[in-house]
Design a protein around this ligand. Structure first.
Ligand SMILES: NC(=O)c1ccc[n+]([C@@H]2O[C@H](COP(=O)([O-])OP(=O)(O)OC[C@H]3O[C@@H](n4cnc5c(N)ncnc54)[C@H](OP(=O)(O)O)[C@@H]3O)[C@@H](O)[C@H]2O)c1
Length: 240
């Protein structure tokens, strides 16, 4: 890793599982110090056992409690340093025909998948502008480019996240801040085990979380004059 990137601080949401877990570990291996955020403290601690003690902090927090996000970022900055890389990864799926989708489930999907990335970006952007550098990577999905029956809430949130990502990129590029939208196809993670996702797909044909993490690290460690604006990463053998 280039020496100017070494020791920089990354905040990874949803770091207790799947893509976020793999990303947090890969970023530490690449030289970042990482704040791992999710609700489940036990699982976060389990991930952190794989990491050297001086390279991370663990913060158990429900990110949809928006009034606590300022404190969250403040804690990261106090314990580590200002956030140079924000990985908006935490996400949830509720699967049902739109006609029957409870509004409470719809709101939960929108809150975590779409509003949290905005709220966190608003917390880290002032510092990034001041330093004239920073990277925000949004984990979108192939469901941000294509629609799937029964996945309407999830698709709407991810189409929204892609639009958010593209708009933000235009708004901040003048200050040397990079915004990346990564759209993976299906990834073999606990998302598919959720009681809210009733899907019986061939998990062996899905991407691994490690493959997505590699792309995150690659985008995050590009030279500062380059930005990966969007990427679609598909399983080579899977259907989507
Ligand atoms: N799996 C796929 O096929 C796939 C494909 C494309 C994109 N994605 C996207 O990739 C991202 C990660 O998904 P994944 O597949 O890795 O799923 P996952 O294994 O279920 O991980 C989801 C993460 O989000 C965290 N989370 C959920 N609700 C939260 C909340 N209210 N506050 C804070 N953290 C919360 C979970 O931790 P806690 O439960 O501990 O809070 C967990 O760490 C999501 O945005 C997903 O949409 C997934």
């Amino acid at each position: 890793m280039a020496s100017e990137l070494k020791d920089r601080v990354a905040l990874v949401t949803g770091a207790s599982s799947g893509i976020g877990r793999a990303t947090a570990i890969a970023l530490v291996e690449a030289g970042f110090r990482v704040a791992l955020v999710a609700r489940n403290l036990e699982r976060l601690l389990e991930v952190s056992r794989e990491l050297p003690a001086d390279r991370f902090v663990v913060i158990a927090q429900d990110l949809t409690e928006f009034d606590q996000l300022a404190d969250l970022v403040q804690t990261v900055e106090t314990k580590l340093d200002p956030v140079d890389l924000l990985v908006n990864n935490a996400g949830v799926a509720y699967v049902a025909p739109l006609e029957q989708m409870p509004l409470s489930d719809w709101n939960q999907v929108m809150a975590l998948n779409l509003t949290v990335p905005l709220a966190l970006a608003q917390k880290v952007l002032p510092g990034m502008r001041q330093r004239q550098r920073g990277t925000i990577i949004n984990i979108v999905s192939i469901a941000g480019q294509r629609t799937f029956p029964n996945w309407g809430a999830y698709c709407a949130s991810k189409f929204g996240l892609l639009a958010f990502s593209r708009t933000l990129a235009e708004e901040v590029r003048g200050d040397g801040i990079r915004v990346t939208a990564l759209c993976p196809g299906s990834v073999d993670t606990a998302l598919w085990d959720s009681e809210h996702v009733k899907a019986d797909f061939d998990r062996s044909a899905m991407l691994s979380a490690d493959s997505v993490a590699r792309l995150v690290v690659w985008a995050a460690t590009l030279p500062p004059e380059a930005v990966l604006e969007e990427a679609t990463l598909m399983p080579s053998r899977g259907a989507f």
